[in-house]
Design a protein around this ligand. Structure first.
Ligand code: COA
Length: 326
């Protein structure tokens, strides 16, 4: 099996910042409640004229620049998102067009918060079967566009942002050592956007009832998130023949600081090794891991040989984890 590695990262968070204090003026909530229950202080919000592919394009350009490659050598684009520009065609195809890469296959994956890790797994498969050599994998959202801004139980938790990575076959021992993916559709109604698909097409009624926004049973999702993230991390580490002690950095999905802390404890990684930016970004779904990875990369935190564990959980439910040797 060929090992694939990340040769460049990029990310883009929209300029506008919405703080907990701002939210206090919109719904019955407090900065204290949001901070204590979730760890979030602020989130980035896309402008009215910014769709997910616009954020993706910026992240992609930065990843290409960081990889120091000619963009024309990219031969596939995969975008993990549940807030596509349009239901069809894909968001990836809009990025392809904007990059001037007509002819290159480009498609989305709907795996919610696990979308980036699913994307890496698909890229690994494509590079291994020889069909593609250099793949742009993106993950991220404009969740603000599907948020019910009158529902305090959900609107305080999410944000916008996209991250990207360029991957290709590794020429040394660095790269993705293991990837584990999982899913369970039995609890799909605990976190979903009910309308807009073929089950409930858009009607005046569906819009009036805000069925085109995020619906979530937070408490239930919380319990499953903790278990699935712990299990995914354990499986990815086992597949890599490693334990928590081998980890240089743990980058968990940024949904709730309490979920992050519990998962870190389970995998036996001290909090000093856990990357946390949820206070500044909130939950950007498929965007959390690639934007975190890019932030760490740009800050010079990642050194050759570092062992990084990434781990995500989201709607579906879907989950996944991977061990990367930088
Ligand atoms: N501000 C103030 N109070 C709020 C609130 C808000 N924004 N949202 C909910 N509340 C209230 C509830 O109405 C409830 O009041 P009650 O006790 O009078 O009924 C109380 O706070 C406690 O709510 P609860 O839902 O039990 O809080 P919690 O400690 O479980 O935290 C979440 C709520 C959503 C932060 C937490 O369940 C969570 O993070 N779940 C997972 C979400 C997630 O990760 N989703 C994405 C997965 S990728």
């Amino acid at each position: 099996m060929k090992q694939i590695k990340i040769i460049g990262t990029g990310s883009y968070l929209p300029e506008k910042i919405l703080t907990n204090k701002d939210l206090e003026k919109m719904v019955d909530t407090t900065d204290e409640w949001i901070t204590k229950r979730s760890g979030i202080k602020e989130r980035h919000i896309a402008a009215d004229n910014q769709a997910t592919s616009d954020l993706g394009l910026e992240a992609a350009k930065r990843a290409i620049e960081n990889a120091k490659i000619d963009k024309n050598t990219i031969d596939c684009i995969i975008f993990g998102t549940v807030t596509p520009d349009t239901l069809f065609p894909s968001t990836a195809i809009y990025v392809q067009k904007a990059l001037g890469l007509a002819g290159v296959p480009a498609f989305d994956i709907s795996a919610a918060c696990s979308g980036f890790i699913y994307g890496l797994a698909i890229a690994q498969g494509f590079i291994n079967n020889g069909s593609h050599k250099r793949i742009l994998v993106l993950g991220g959202e404009t969740l603000s566009k599907v948020t019910n801004w009158e529902d305090r139980a959900t609107c305080v938790l999410f944000g916008d942002g996209v991250g990207a990575a360029v991957v290709e076959e590794s020429n040394d021992d660095s790269g993705i050592v293991s990837i584990y993916l999982g899913g369970d559709g039995n609890m799909s109604n605990l976190l979903y956007q009910p309308a807009g698909g073929s089950r409930i097409p858009a009607t005046e009624e569906s819009v009036k009832n805000k069925l085109h926004t995020i619906h979530m049973e937070g408490n239930e999702v919380y319990k499953h998130a903790v278990n699935a993230m712990a299990e995914a991390a354990k499986r990815a580490l086992e597949m890599a023949g490693m334990t928590g002690e081998d980890i240089t950095y743990f980058i968990p999905h940024q949904a709730n600081i309490r979920i992050i802390e519990t998962t870190a404890k389970f995998v036996n990684v001290p909090m000093e090794k856990v990357f946390v930016n949820i206070d500044r970004t909130a939950n950007t779904s498929a965007g959390t891991i690639p934007t975190a990875l890019d932030e760490m990369n740009r800050k010079g935190m990642l050194k050759k040989g570092d062992i990084i564990l990434i781990d995500a959980f989201g709607a579906g439910f879907s989950w996944g984890a991977a061990v990367i040797r930088w």
